[in-house]
Design a protein around this ligand. Structure first.
Ligand code: SF4
Ligand code: SF4
Length: 388
Protein backbone atom coordinates (compact mmCIF):
# COMPACT_ATOMS: atom_id res chain seq x y z
CA UNK A 1 0.00 0.00 0.00
CA UNK A 2 2.68 1.84 -0.61
CA UNK A 3 1.82 3.85 -3.50
CA UNK A 4 -0.86 6.12 -2.25
CA UNK A 5 1.32 7.84 -0.05
CA UNK A 6 2.85 7.55 -3.30
CA UNK A 7 0.07 8.95 -5.07
CA UNK A 8 -1.57 10.98 -2.80
CA UNK A 9 -0.03 8.61 -0.47
CA UNK A 10 3.34 9.17 -1.88
CA UNK A 11 4.86 6.24 -3.57
CA UNK A 12 8.33 7.25 -2.73
CA UNK A 13 7.52 8.91 0.41
CA UNK A 14 7.79 5.87 2.41
CA UNK A 15 10.34 4.33 0.32
CA UNK A 16 13.22 6.50 0.97
CA UNK A 17 15.87 8.02 3.03
CA UNK A 18 16.88 8.45 6.50
CA UNK A 19 19.99 9.27 8.39
CA UNK A 20 22.60 8.04 10.75
CA UNK A 21 22.29 8.75 14.39
CA UNK A 22 24.26 8.06 17.50
CA UNK A 23 21.48 5.61 18.25
CA UNK A 24 20.04 3.17 15.73
CA UNK A 25 17.18 4.89 13.97
CA UNK A 26 16.43 1.85 11.78
CA UNK A 27 18.11 2.89 8.53
CA UNK A 28 21.50 4.16 7.43
CA UNK A 29 22.38 6.89 4.97
CA UNK A 30 25.52 7.09 2.87
CA UNK A 31 25.99 10.85 2.85
CA UNK A 32 28.18 10.65 -0.26
CA UNK A 33 25.41 9.07 -2.30
CA UNK A 34 22.30 10.57 -0.80
CA UNK A 35 20.64 13.60 -2.40
CA UNK A 36 17.37 15.39 -1.87
CA UNK A 37 14.40 13.96 -3.71
CA UNK A 38 13.00 15.28 -6.98
CA UNK A 39 9.23 14.94 -6.80
CA UNK A 40 8.86 14.26 -10.52
CA UNK A 41 10.31 10.81 -9.75
CA UNK A 42 7.30 9.98 -7.60
CA UNK A 43 5.34 7.20 -9.32
CA UNK A 44 2.25 9.33 -9.58
CA UNK A 45 4.19 11.78 -11.74
CA UNK A 46 6.48 9.28 -13.42
CA UNK A 47 3.44 7.65 -14.99
CA UNK A 48 2.98 10.91 -16.92
CA UNK A 49 6.47 11.22 -18.39
CA UNK A 50 8.31 7.90 -18.04
CA UNK A 51 7.65 5.93 -21.21
CA UNK A 52 9.54 2.92 -19.84
CA UNK A 53 6.70 2.20 -17.39
CA UNK A 54 3.97 -0.29 -18.24
CA UNK A 55 1.65 2.15 -16.44
CA UNK A 56 2.67 5.13 -18.62
CA UNK A 57 -0.32 7.50 -18.97
CA UNK A 58 -2.56 5.15 -16.99
CA UNK A 59 -4.69 5.87 -13.96
CA UNK A 60 -7.55 4.31 -11.98
CA UNK A 61 -10.25 5.11 -14.54
CA UNK A 62 -8.69 2.57 -16.92
CA UNK A 63 -10.45 -0.45 -15.41
CA UNK A 64 -13.15 1.08 -13.26
CA UNK A 65 -16.14 0.37 -15.52
CA UNK A 66 -15.08 -3.25 -15.94
CA UNK A 67 -14.91 -3.61 -12.17
CA UNK A 68 -18.36 -2.10 -11.69
CA UNK A 69 -19.88 -4.21 -14.46
CA UNK A 70 -18.40 -7.35 -12.91
CA UNK A 71 -20.47 -6.76 -9.73
CA UNK A 72 -17.61 -8.26 -7.76
CA UNK A 73 -17.90 -7.72 -4.03
CA UNK A 74 -16.00 -4.64 -2.95
CA UNK A 75 -15.87 -3.26 -6.51
CA UNK A 76 -19.46 -2.10 -7.04
CA UNK A 77 -20.58 1.42 -7.92
CA UNK A 78 -21.37 1.92 -4.23
CA UNK A 79 -17.78 1.05 -3.31
CA UNK A 80 -16.19 3.35 -5.88
CA UNK A 81 -18.57 6.20 -4.95
CA UNK A 82 -17.48 5.69 -1.32
CA UNK A 83 -13.80 5.99 -2.24
CA UNK A 84 -14.12 8.95 -4.59
CA UNK A 85 -16.25 10.97 -2.15
CA UNK A 86 -13.68 10.34 0.58
CA UNK A 87 -11.20 12.52 -1.32
CA UNK A 88 -13.55 15.53 -1.37
CA UNK A 89 -11.92 17.77 1.25
CA UNK A 90 -8.39 16.83 0.22
CA UNK A 91 -9.08 17.52 -3.45
CA UNK A 92 -11.54 20.41 -3.38
CA UNK A 93 -10.64 22.58 -0.37
CA UNK A 94 -8.44 25.44 -1.68
CA UNK A 95 -6.92 26.32 1.71
CA UNK A 96 -5.77 22.81 2.61
CA UNK A 97 -2.10 23.22 1.68
CA UNK A 98 -1.64 26.95 2.18
CA UNK A 99 1.73 28.45 3.11
CA UNK A 100 0.17 31.65 4.45
CA UNK A 101 -3.07 33.19 5.67
CA UNK A 102 -5.91 34.31 3.46
CA UNK A 103 -6.12 37.73 5.14
CA UNK A 104 -9.34 38.62 3.36
CA UNK A 105 -11.15 36.07 5.45
CA UNK A 106 -10.76 37.37 8.99
CA UNK A 107 -13.58 39.90 9.07
CA UNK A 108 -15.82 38.37 11.74
CA UNK A 109 -13.04 38.22 14.33
CA UNK A 110 -11.14 41.33 13.29
CA UNK A 111 -7.45 41.34 12.37
CA UNK A 112 -5.65 43.73 14.75
CA UNK A 113 -5.16 41.23 17.54
CA UNK A 114 -3.64 38.74 15.11
CA UNK A 115 -0.65 40.89 14.18
CA UNK A 116 1.36 40.75 17.41
CA UNK A 117 3.23 37.59 18.34
CA UNK A 118 1.79 35.70 21.29
CA UNK A 119 4.42 35.45 24.06
CA UNK A 120 5.35 31.85 24.84
CA UNK A 121 6.81 31.70 28.32
CA UNK A 122 7.17 27.94 28.84
CA UNK A 123 8.03 26.14 25.63
CA UNK A 124 7.47 22.66 27.03
CA UNK A 125 4.01 23.41 28.36
CA UNK A 126 3.10 25.27 25.13
CA UNK A 127 4.25 22.23 23.11
CA UNK A 128 1.86 20.08 25.10
CA UNK A 129 -0.94 22.48 24.23
CA UNK A 130 -0.03 22.32 20.53
CA UNK A 131 -0.27 18.53 20.72
CA UNK A 132 -3.63 18.70 22.45
CA UNK A 133 -4.86 21.09 19.75
CA UNK A 134 -3.55 18.84 16.96
CA UNK A 135 -5.62 15.99 18.38
CA UNK A 136 -8.66 18.27 18.65
CA UNK A 137 -8.25 19.05 14.96
CA UNK A 138 -8.25 15.35 14.13
CA UNK A 139 -4.69 14.02 14.51
CA UNK A 140 -4.53 10.52 15.96
CA UNK A 141 -0.84 10.98 16.81
CA UNK A 142 1.39 14.04 16.89
CA UNK A 143 5.10 14.67 17.37
CA UNK A 144 7.57 17.52 16.87
CA UNK A 145 10.89 17.36 15.02
CA UNK A 146 13.63 19.82 14.11
CA UNK A 147 13.58 20.59 10.41
CA UNK A 148 16.20 18.48 8.69
CA UNK A 149 16.83 19.95 5.25
CA UNK A 150 17.83 16.54 3.95
CA UNK A 151 14.18 15.49 3.90
CA UNK A 152 12.93 18.56 2.02
CA UNK A 153 12.37 17.85 -1.67
CA UNK A 154 14.97 19.40 -3.93
CA UNK A 155 12.38 20.09 -6.61
CA UNK A 156 8.69 19.50 -6.93
CA UNK A 157 5.29 20.88 -7.71
CA UNK A 158 4.42 24.17 -6.00
CA UNK A 159 0.71 24.87 -5.70
CA UNK A 160 -0.56 28.28 -6.75
CA UNK A 161 -1.92 30.23 -3.72
CA UNK A 162 -5.30 29.09 -2.42
CA UNK A 163 -5.97 26.72 -5.27
CA UNK A 164 -7.36 23.27 -4.53
CA UNK A 165 -5.32 20.12 -5.15
CA UNK A 166 -7.81 19.11 -7.80
CA UNK A 167 -7.50 22.38 -9.74
CA UNK A 168 -3.78 22.83 -9.17
CA UNK A 169 -2.88 19.47 -10.63
CA UNK A 170 -5.61 19.23 -13.26
CA UNK A 171 -3.29 19.82 -16.17
CA UNK A 172 -0.47 17.73 -14.73
CA UNK A 173 -2.82 14.81 -14.21
CA UNK A 174 -4.01 15.15 -17.77
CA UNK A 175 -0.41 15.10 -18.95
CA UNK A 176 -0.73 18.54 -20.52
CA UNK A 177 2.25 20.21 -18.86
CA UNK A 178 5.86 19.50 -19.60
CA UNK A 179 8.23 18.20 -16.94
CA UNK A 180 9.28 21.66 -15.78
CA UNK A 181 5.98 22.19 -13.92
CA UNK A 182 7.12 19.48 -11.55
CA UNK A 183 10.61 20.84 -11.11
CA UNK A 184 10.24 24.03 -9.11
CA UNK A 185 13.05 24.35 -6.53
CA UNK A 186 11.65 23.70 -3.03
CA UNK A 187 13.14 25.72 -0.20
CA UNK A 188 11.73 26.03 3.31
CA UNK A 189 12.98 29.35 4.76
CA UNK A 190 15.42 28.79 7.64
CA UNK A 191 13.15 30.47 10.21
CA UNK A 192 10.82 27.44 9.88
CA UNK A 193 12.92 25.35 12.23
CA UNK A 194 10.26 22.99 13.62
CA UNK A 195 7.81 20.61 12.01
CA UNK A 196 4.63 19.30 13.61
CA UNK A 197 4.05 15.82 12.23
CA UNK A 198 0.56 14.34 12.50
CA UNK A 199 -0.64 10.80 11.81
CA UNK A 200 -4.27 10.10 10.96
CA UNK A 201 -5.55 6.62 11.71
CA UNK A 202 -7.27 4.72 8.88
CA UNK A 203 -10.36 2.73 9.80
CA UNK A 204 -9.38 -0.82 10.78
CA UNK A 205 -12.52 -2.56 9.50
CA UNK A 206 -12.28 -0.88 6.10
CA UNK A 207 -8.55 -1.65 5.79
CA UNK A 208 -9.33 -5.28 6.68
CA UNK A 209 -11.16 -5.63 3.32
CA UNK A 210 -7.99 -4.79 1.34
CA UNK A 211 -7.38 -4.75 -1.55
CA UNK A 212 -11.13 -4.13 -2.05
CA UNK A 213 -12.46 -0.59 -2.32
CA UNK A 214 -13.54 0.01 1.30
CA UNK A 215 -9.80 -0.08 2.14
CA UNK A 216 -9.17 2.61 -0.48
CA UNK A 217 -12.00 4.61 1.11
CA UNK A 218 -10.25 4.38 4.48
CA UNK A 219 -7.24 6.00 2.82
CA UNK A 220 -9.17 8.68 0.91
CA UNK A 221 -11.10 9.67 4.04
CA UNK A 222 -7.84 9.88 6.00
CA UNK A 223 -6.45 12.18 3.29
CA UNK A 224 -9.40 14.52 3.68
CA UNK A 225 -8.94 14.44 7.45
CA UNK A 226 -5.29 15.37 6.86
CA UNK A 227 -6.34 18.41 4.84
CA UNK A 228 -8.72 19.49 7.61
CA UNK A 229 -6.17 18.96 10.40
CA UNK A 230 -3.26 20.81 8.78
CA UNK A 231 -5.47 23.70 7.65
CA UNK A 232 -6.77 24.24 11.20
CA UNK A 233 -3.31 23.81 12.75
CA UNK A 234 -1.76 26.25 10.26
CA UNK A 235 -4.42 28.85 11.03
CA UNK A 236 -4.07 28.33 14.79
CA UNK A 237 -0.34 29.11 14.53
CA UNK A 238 -0.98 32.19 12.40
CA UNK A 239 -3.60 33.40 14.86
CA UNK A 240 -0.76 33.52 17.41
CA UNK A 241 1.31 35.71 15.08
CA UNK A 242 3.68 33.01 13.78
CA UNK A 243 4.10 31.32 10.39
CA UNK A 244 3.00 27.93 9.11
CA UNK A 245 3.41 25.83 5.96
CA UNK A 246 0.76 23.10 5.61
CA UNK A 247 1.78 19.93 3.77
CA UNK A 248 0.43 16.53 2.89
CA UNK A 249 2.80 14.21 1.04
CA UNK A 250 4.23 17.18 -0.81
CA UNK A 251 7.26 19.38 -0.04
CA UNK A 252 9.18 16.92 2.16
CA UNK A 253 9.47 13.23 3.02
CA UNK A 254 6.96 12.54 5.77
CA UNK A 255 8.34 9.21 6.98
CA UNK A 256 11.79 10.30 8.22
CA UNK A 257 10.27 13.45 9.72
CA UNK A 258 7.71 11.28 11.54
CA UNK A 259 10.44 8.98 12.83
CA UNK A 260 12.47 11.94 14.08
CA UNK A 261 9.28 13.29 15.71
CA UNK A 262 9.01 10.04 17.69
CA UNK A 263 5.94 8.64 15.92
CA UNK A 264 7.31 5.26 14.91
CA UNK A 265 9.72 3.21 12.81
CA UNK A 266 10.49 2.13 9.26
CA UNK A 267 10.00 -1.54 8.49
CA UNK A 268 10.02 -4.03 5.61
CA UNK A 269 6.73 -2.57 4.40
CA UNK A 270 8.55 0.66 3.49
CA UNK A 271 6.19 3.02 5.30
CA UNK A 272 5.90 4.35 8.84
CA UNK A 273 4.87 1.80 11.47
CA UNK A 274 3.45 3.32 14.65
CA UNK A 275 3.15 1.56 18.03
CA UNK A 276 -0.55 2.46 18.23
CA UNK A 277 -1.86 1.67 14.74
CA UNK A 278 1.04 0.02 12.92
CA UNK A 279 1.28 1.25 9.31
CA UNK A 280 -2.49 1.95 9.32
CA UNK A 281 -1.97 5.75 9.25
CA UNK A 282 -1.58 8.62 6.82
CA UNK A 283 0.95 11.37 7.51
CA UNK A 284 0.85 15.15 7.19
CA UNK A 285 2.95 17.98 8.59
CA UNK A 286 3.07 21.70 9.34
CA UNK A 287 6.41 23.56 9.20
CA UNK A 288 6.53 26.51 11.58
CA UNK A 289 8.64 29.15 13.31
CA UNK A 290 6.65 28.96 16.54
CA UNK A 291 8.86 27.91 19.51
CA UNK A 292 8.35 24.22 20.28
CA UNK A 293 10.21 21.44 22.07
CA UNK A 294 11.25 18.59 19.76
CA UNK A 295 10.57 14.95 20.53
CA UNK A 296 13.11 12.13 20.40
CA UNK A 297 12.84 9.13 18.08
CA UNK A 298 11.21 6.13 19.79
CA UNK A 299 14.39 4.01 19.85
CA UNK A 300 12.76 1.16 21.77
CA UNK A 301 10.01 0.75 19.18
CA UNK A 302 12.48 1.19 16.31
CA UNK A 303 14.45 -1.73 17.71
CA UNK A 304 11.30 -3.81 18.10
CA UNK A 305 10.26 -3.24 14.47
CA UNK A 306 13.79 -4.00 13.24
CA UNK A 307 13.82 -7.33 15.05
CA UNK A 308 10.26 -8.23 14.05
CA UNK A 309 10.78 -7.49 10.35
CA UNK A 310 13.86 -9.72 10.20
CA UNK A 311 11.70 -12.81 10.65
CA UNK A 312 8.24 -11.59 9.60
CA UNK A 313 7.24 -11.55 5.93
CA UNK A 314 3.49 -11.00 6.32
CA UNK A 315 3.41 -7.80 4.24
CA UNK A 316 5.47 -9.37 1.45
CA UNK A 317 3.30 -12.50 1.44
CA UNK A 318 0.13 -10.38 1.23
CA UNK A 319 1.28 -8.44 -1.84
CA UNK A 320 -0.29 -9.85 -5.00
CA UNK A 321 2.40 -8.29 -7.18
CA UNK A 322 5.51 -9.25 -5.16
CA UNK A 323 6.40 -5.60 -4.63
CA UNK A 324 7.81 -5.96 -1.12
CA UNK A 325 11.33 -7.17 -0.38
CA UNK A 326 11.80 -10.73 0.83
CA UNK A 327 15.50 -10.22 1.52
CA UNK A 328 16.49 -11.11 5.07
CA UNK A 329 18.15 -7.74 5.71
CA UNK A 330 17.94 -4.14 4.48
CA UNK A 331 20.18 -3.27 1.51
CA UNK A 332 21.79 -0.10 0.21
CA UNK A 333 20.89 -0.83 -3.43
CA UNK A 334 17.70 0.99 -4.47
CA UNK A 335 15.15 -0.64 -6.76
CA UNK A 336 14.31 2.35 -8.97
CA UNK A 337 14.65 6.11 -9.47
CA UNK A 338 11.56 6.49 -7.31
CA UNK A 339 13.79 5.63 -4.35
CA UNK A 340 16.50 8.03 -3.30
CA UNK A 341 19.98 6.54 -3.49
CA UNK A 342 22.28 6.00 -0.52
CA UNK A 343 19.86 4.63 2.05
CA UNK A 344 20.20 1.18 3.61
CA UNK A 345 16.70 -0.18 4.10
CA UNK A 346 14.13 -2.62 2.71
CA UNK A 347 13.18 -1.28 -0.73
CA UNK A 348 9.70 -1.65 -2.16
CA UNK A 349 9.33 -2.11 -5.90
CA UNK A 350 7.04 0.84 -6.44
CA UNK A 351 6.58 0.15 -10.14
CA UNK A 352 5.07 -3.25 -9.32
CA UNK A 353 2.96 -1.74 -6.56
CA UNK A 354 1.57 0.89 -8.91
CA UNK A 355 0.88 -1.72 -11.60
CA UNK A 356 -1.40 -3.44 -9.10
CA UNK A 357 -3.08 -0.17 -8.22
CA UNK A 358 -3.99 0.41 -11.87
CA UNK A 359 -5.36 -3.13 -12.10
CA UNK A 360 -7.26 -2.61 -8.83
CA UNK A 361 -8.55 0.85 -9.86
CA UNK A 362 -7.40 2.22 -6.53
CA UNK A 363 -4.69 1.92 -3.96
CA UNK A 364 -4.59 -1.40 -2.23
CA UNK A 365 -3.50 -1.66 1.41
CA UNK A 366 -3.19 -5.46 1.58
CA UNK A 367 0.30 -5.11 3.08
CA UNK A 368 -0.99 -2.70 5.72
CA UNK A 369 -3.85 -5.05 6.66
CA UNK A 370 -1.40 -7.95 6.98
CA UNK A 371 1.14 -6.26 9.23
CA UNK A 372 0.73 -7.50 12.81
CA UNK A 373 1.34 -3.97 14.09
CA UNK A 374 -1.92 -2.89 12.39
CA UNK A 375 -3.82 -5.07 14.90
CA UNK A 376 -6.21 -6.47 12.31
CA UNK A 377 -6.99 -10.05 13.25
CA UNK A 378 -8.74 -11.27 10.11
CA UNK A 379 -9.51 -10.24 6.56
CA UNK A 380 -13.09 -8.97 6.27
CA UNK A 381 -15.09 -9.78 3.12
CA UNK A 382 -16.45 -6.57 1.57
CA UNK A 383 -20.04 -7.90 1.82
CA UNK A 384 -19.56 -8.28 5.56
CA UNK A 385 -18.05 -4.79 5.81
CA UNK A 386 -21.29 -3.29 4.54
CA UNK A 387 -23.26 -5.19 7.19
CA UNK A 388 -21.05 -4.30 10.15
S1 SF4 B 1 0.21 -5.06 -1.02
FE1 SF4 B 1 1.68 -4.69 -2.67
S2 SF4 B 1 0.47 -3.69 -4.30
FE2 SF4 B 1 -0.71 -3.56 -2.39
S3 SF4 B 1 -0.13 -1.55 -1.59
FE3 SF4 B 1 1.20 -3.07 -0.59
S4 SF4 B 1 3.04 -3.09 -1.89
FE4 SF4 B 1 1.43 -2.07 -3.07
S1 SF4 C 1 4.25 -7.26 8.11
FE1 SF4 C 1 5.96 -8.05 9.33
S2 SF4 C 1 7.74 -7.74 7.98
FE2 SF4 C 1 6.12 -6.47 7.17
S3 SF4 C 1 6.47 -4.46 8.11
FE3 SF4 C 1 4.96 -5.56 9.39
S4 SF4 C 1 6.20 -6.54 10.97
FE4 SF4 C 1 7.62 -5.95 9.32
Amino acid sequence: MIVYNFLFFGLNYYLMNFHNSKMDIGYKVDENRYHRFDEKNHMIYRRLWDKSLSTYKQMFDKNIKDHINSSKEGYTRLDFAFVKAGWTVYEKFPFAFAWEDDSTNNQDYGTDWLKKKHKIKHIESFTNKIKLIAKSYGASLVGIANVNNKWIYKTGFVRPRFVSEDKAKEEIRMGKLDDSSLEHPIEIPKEFNKVIVMAIEMDAKAIATAPAQPAAAAASIAYSKMAFSIACMGEFIRNLGYKAIQCGNDTALSVPLAIEAGLGALGRIGILITPEFGPRVRLCKVFTNIPLKSDEPDYGFIDKVKNTCQSCYECADACENDAISTLPDPKMKRSSISNNPGVKKYYVNVEKCFEFWIKNSSDCGACIAACPFSRIKNHIEPSKFWKL
